[in-house]
Write a protein that binds this ligand. Structure first.
Ligand code: HEM
Length: 190
């Protein structure tokens, strides 16, 4: 929401998509309609790239000696995968410090960079045997929440606050979050 509020064009585009696919007057956005919302999926992917929920995934332990790119990892080593840094790596992502959902769409279609553990430059849920088992519930929950926020409300900043004032400073721990809470004013558009 913070990234979207800083960019009126993006939030407008997302609202247009959700409101054009979901018929008017629904109580909530229908789960079945979510699958046609290409831009919603792109916004979610871009959020996971730029602001992964778990910046270092969960701690892992090498069970056997292994070598990766010439680096020897002895058995018993604690391994942290810095997906926060991978998401901002300019050799993997063009304009890596910019929030651009369009990088995941092409002529209105989904560009198939998936985030379910098989594309190592986008790993918000980890990969392999210890991948997040709640991945489908997690994705659907976030998509439904965002789609409903876009469908039911227009969003404004509190009086006296400007877009440039939104503080994007992050606080790191097991999860990463905004240092300052994002305060917004919902305006019903029904
Ligand atoms: C957007 C929502 C979610 C995100 C971004 C997320 C992300 C993650 C990440 C990054 C890991 C560590 C994976 C690794 O180290 O390789 C993880 C592990 C885990 N997640 Fe999630 N998760 C989400 C939702 C959920 C939900 C809804 C559940 C349960 C209903 C869940 C249950 C778990 C469990 C049990 C583990 C530990 C798996 C293991 O160590 O074997 N997560 N999650």
């Amino acid at each position: 929401m913070a990234e979207l509020m800083r960019r009126p064009r993006l939030i407008g585009k997302l609202q247009d998509e959700v409101r054009s696919i979901e018929p008017q007057g629904q109580e909530i956005v229908n789960e079945a309609d979510i699958s046609s919302m290409t831009y919603l999926r792109a916004v979610l992917k871009e959020s996971f790239r730029f602001h992964p929920v778990a910046p270092l995934l969960a701690p892992h332990l090498a069970m056997a000696d292994c070598s990766i790119d010439g680096y020897m990892i002895p058995a018993g080593t604690h391994v942290f995968v810095n997906v926060w840094a991978i998401g901002r790596d300019s050799s993997s992502w063009e304009e890596s410090e910019e929030f651009i959902p369009e990088r995941f769409t092409e002529e209105g279609r989904d560009v198939h960079v998936n985030f379910v553990g098989s594309n190592f430059k986008l790993l918000p849920f980890g990969a392999g045997r210890r991948i997040c088992p709640g991945i489908n519930l997690g994705i659907m929950t976030v998509e439904l929440m965002l789609a409903n926020l876009m469908y039911h409300f227009n969003w404004e900043l509190p009086i006296g606050v400007e877009r440039k004032d939104i503080d994007m400073t992050e606080v790191f721990g097991l999860t990463v979050r905004l240092k300052e809470k994002l305060l917004l004013v919902p305006k019903s558009c029904m």
